[in-house]
Every structure is written in structure tokens, then in C-alpha cells.
Design a protein around this ligand. Structure first.
Ligand code: ADQ
Length: 463
């Protein structure tokens, strides 16, 4: 009999909610088919709540059990805002300059992972298969094992894994990497991330490489493999047919009938390379004046992790740059940059992508980047737009027919924008066809199946 699937992540997506993104839908689908459980933080922070404790809420959503726990203020600050987002996020995105390595958030991170393990263990059935997601929960399996849990447990890291010498800057790096060996399977986004994993465990832990992507180290066996995440292509195509999406496309096309639109859709995060993108756009207007009065960049940036200094700073920098470009180049008839600090309703996204002649997906570092894949799916195959993609996004390994750029190189990125704006129809179609084929074949269901099959067939150490 196939066991129940138990998904664990920091935030729990209710698959019934229309606002749920692709991942919530994809995992929700898998849970709904055979019945399963989704476990994570409730989103509630209890002021003056006790350390290492939290109330558990269990509710049923169709066939899926949603189990969530509240966190006390001190735990939340140390585990989420602290260790996850001020240590692991910057370091894993190669930003040692932004990491708060001294700040002592480590105890809270460990405490919350231990709390999750304790509460989860009580809810498990004997043949459950557990799938843990992302950097907030790296030590979860080790905590579960310490309590005697024998289940199959897999882990997927949604963000990049940096090279060994960058990882080694985290004081607890060895403990973190050893924690990964409590899993049966570790999934990474790209071949580059996998190479960093293998480089680290061979150099720092003398790991032995065994057949079928298994590694032996720390007296344990783990399988590690790249599983590039995809989007739910059917769900996204259905979204594109909604009235909201079509209205968005038609309104933009009408408003910008005589202009060319470039679009950017991101969380407002320093990893996304937004100031670099605006500077490259500024360079485009300066070096190729024929784009003045014409090329317009619509940049939507979702507010995220507000209150953390690095995020407040990037916001200010971006607003300053947008204002400067509009001041220098804009007029009564035309504003080069339309910058919006907000989340666009998911139903409107395909319409925005479809109206764009060019998408700018230029992160300095990104685990995968799903916006790139969504843009491809939203295009009209007869008259598709062009994807300008950072070579430092995990997606670049799969999407080689995009115009790949180094986002640190302002001049070269501006050149790529110009090339994208001028690309002849035949070349646009050819590139799009190749990209679409790959995005459709390697969708989120392919990703999920691949991961779960590899987890089910991973070798386990005897004894
Ligand atoms: P994120 O960093 O959140 O996720 P990304 O993959 O770019 O990044 O986007 C996730 C979703 O958010 C997409 O569906 C996108 O449409 C939506 N989104 C982003 N900005 C938006 C906006 N302004 N308005 C509306 N919707 C917006 C992490 C990793 C990524 C990895 C994903 C999945 O950082 O590298 O691709 O997980 O594994």
C-alpha cells in the first residue's frame, strides 16, 4: 500500500483558496488524490508566547488535513525573521555582506525545528511519507530521527545552495550539512546546486560517492539529486482565459498601442537584481535613443519581509532609480518606468505577461524563478515575446533559448534588451517554441512525481 503524503513547509497553503499559487495547487493536488496532511506554521505570532511551544490547530480541507502551529514572538523572531531570513537566505544567495552571522538566532531556529518535530510526530501514521520544504526546516528530519522517527523523509531546497567556501562562512555550517544526512533524499533546483552539495560533503566530510546519486558520510546514507521545479501549465493556461486576464491584456495593449512594453514581476528582494535591471534599462534609453517615447518598463514588485533593513533599503533605492529615470527621460506623453510596489492579483498575471514584448527576469541569484516559465506559457505562439533571463537563475539551465545575460554587466544587459526589442518574428517563434516545449514537459507535476519516485526508491542504511 502506498503511504499517505505529509508535506511540511513554513507556510501551509490551503489548496481550496483561489489565491493559492502553483506550488500550493500542485502539492494540494497530490495530497487530495490519496488524502494527506500539510503541516506548518499557522501564520499567527503570539506576543509573549512561551518559547518552544505553540498551539496546534488541525482542520480538514476536503481530503487534506491542515495542521498548523502558532509561534511565540521570541521564537518567530529568531527562527523566521532571524536565522532563516538574516542568515540562511542571504548566505544561500551568495550575499555574505548582508548576513547577520553573529546575531545568535541559531537557538531559536533549532528550538522551532524541535517543536515542529515533536508536534508532527504525534500526528504521523506508520507508513506516511514525509516531504519537507525549504531552508526554514533543514534540521527537521534530524530532530524527528532523534525522537525515534523511522519514516522515509525527503527534503527539497527551493533556493540555491552556494559553493562550499561560501557555506563555510556560516558558523553552524557543518551541523546544517550533517542535518541533511538525516533525510533519505535531498532535492536541489539545479545541477550547479548539486555540484556545490557534492563538493562540500566530499571536501568537508569525506563523503563517499555511491551509485544512483547516493552519498555516504556522517555514518549515514543520503541520495541527492537536482529536480528543477516547474509550473502548473494547465492551471496557468486556464488563468490566461479568465476575463480578468484578458481585460488586463486588452487594456495594456490599448494604452500602449504605439509603444513596446517590457515587464518585470518579482518579490521585492535584493536577490532579484532590480536596481541593476533599472540601470540597464536606463542605459538602453541612453545608448539607443530610438527607444525613447516608446519602450516602457512595467515593474511590479511585491512587498516582502518588510521591516528587515536590507529590504527597506532596496525599496528606497528602487524608488529613487525609477524617479530618476522618469525625471530624466519622461514627458507629458510618455513615462519610461511604471513601478508598482504591490502584488498583482494572480488572475491578472497572464494578461500582463501577454501584453509584454519582453520579460526581464534578471536575478543576481535565484533557485529557479517561476516568472520566467509563466511568461513563456502566457505568450501567443504566433507572435511571442522574448525572455531576457539571468544566467544566475536556476531556470537558465533549462531555458537556454532565452537571451541569457549577466545582470551585473549593465552594458551587456542593455544590449540584450535592445536585441529582444528588435528580434524578428521568425527568431522569436523559434526560440519560443523550444522554450514552451521544455516548460510544458517539465511542469510541476513532472517535478513532484520525479521527487516522490526518487524518495520511494532511495537506498536506506541498514541498521
Ligand atoms: P520566490 O523567490 O518567491 O520563490 P519566484 O519563483 O520568482 O520566486 O516566484 C514565485 C511566484 O510568485 C510566481 O508564481 C510569481 O508569479 C509570483 N509573483 C512574484 N512576484 C509577484 C508579483 N509582484 N505579483 C504577483 N505575483 C508575483 C522561491 C525561490 C525561487 C523558486 C521558487 C519555487 O526563490 O527561485 O523558483 O521558490 O521553488
Amino acid at each position: 500500500m502506498v503511504g499517505r503524503l505529509v508535506v511540511v513547509s513554513n507556510r501551509v497553503g490551503d489548496p481550496r483558496k483561489a489565491a493559492a499559487g502553483g506550488l500550493a495547487v500542485a502539492l494540494g493536488d497530490a495530497l487530495a488524490v490519496s488524502g494527506g496532511m500539510w503541516f506548518g506554521w499557522s501564520g499567527k505570532v503570539v506576543e509573549n508566547g512561551p518559547r518552544g511551544e505553540g498551539e496546534l490547530h488541525v482542520q480538514q480541507s476536503g481530503k487534506v488535513t491542515l495542521a498548523t502551529i502558532d509561534l511565540g514572538r521570541e521564537d518567530y523572531d529568531a527562527y523566521y525573521a532571524g536565522y532563516s531570513n538574516r542568515v540562511l537566505w542571504p548566505v544561500f544567495h551568495y550575499r555574505l555582506d548582508l548576513a547577520d552571522l553573529d546575531a545568535g538566532f541559531f537557538d531559536g531556529y533549532q528550538r522551532v525545528n524541535r517543536l515542529f518535530a515533536r508536534k508532527l510526530l504525534d500526528l504521523l501514521r506508520p507508513d506516511d511519507i514525509i516531504w519537507v520544504h525549504d531552508y526554514h526546516l533543514i534540521p527537521l528530519a534530524a530532530e524527528l530521527r532523534a525522537l525515534g522517527c523511522q519514516h522515509r523523509i525527503g527534503f527539497f531546497l527551493h533556493i540555491p545552495l552556494p559553493p562550499p567556501l561560501i557555506l563555510a562562512a556560516i558558523p553552524a555550517h557543518e551541523w546544517l550539512m550533517r542535518s541533511l544526512f538525516a533525510y533519505d533524499l535531498v532535492g536541489l533546483q539545479s545541477a550547479a546546486d548539486l555540484a556545490h552539495f557534492s563538493g562540500y560533503v566530499i571536501a568537508e566530510a569525506g563523503a563517499e560517492l555511491l551509485p544512483d546519486d547516493h552519498f555516504r558520510a556522517f555514518n549515514r546514507l543520503v541520495r541527492a539529486r537536482a529536480f528543477p521545479i516547474g509550473i502548473d501549465v494547465n492551471e496557468f493556461q486556464a488563468l490566461a482565459e479568465t476575463p480578468e486576464s484578458m481585460e488586463m491584456r486588452d487594456t495594456l495593449r490599448e494604452q500602449y498601442a504605439r509603444r513596446q512594453l517590457l515587464v518585470g514581476v518579482d518579490r521585492l528582494d535584493y536577490s532579484k537584481g532590480l536596481p541593476q535591471r533599472l540601470r540597464a534599462f536606463q542605459r538602453l534609453l541612453a545608448n539607443y535613443p530610438e527607444n525613447q517615447q516608446s519602450a516602457t518598463l512595467i515593474q511590479v514588485a511585491t512587498p516582502t519581509r518588510e521591516g528587515l533593513a536590507a529590504y527597506d533599503e532596496i525599496r528606497k533605492e528602487l524608488e529613487g532609480l525609477a524617479g530618476q529615470i522618469n525625471g530624466d527621460y519622461g514627458g507629458l506623453e510618455w513615462m519610461p518606468v511604471r513601478y508598482m510596489h504591490r502584488t498583482l492579483a494572480r488572475r491578472r498575471l497572464p494578461g500582463l505577461y501577454r501584453a509584454g514584448r519582453v520579460a526581464l527576469v534578471t536575478p543576481l541569484r535565484d533557485g529557479m524563478n517561476l516568472v520566467a516559465k509563466e511568461f513563456i506559457v502566457a505568450q501567443d505562439p504566433q507572435d511571442p515575446g522574448v525572455l531576457v533571463l539571468s544566467r544566475f537563475a536556476g531556470a537558465a539551465e533549462q531555458l537556454s533559448e532565452a537571451l541569457l545575460v549577466n545582470p551585473y554587466d549593465t552594458g551587456a544587459t542593455a544590449e540584450a534588451m535592445q536585441r529582444a526589442l528588435r528580434m524578428p518574428l521568425g527568431e522569436r517563434r523559434e526560440r519560443h517554441q523550444a522554450l514552451l516545449g521544455r516548460v510544458c514537459e517539465h511542469d510541476v507535476h513532472w517535478w513532484r512525481r520525479g521527487f516522490l519516485q526518487a524518495l520511494a526508491s532511495a537506498e536506506r542504511a541498514v541498521g
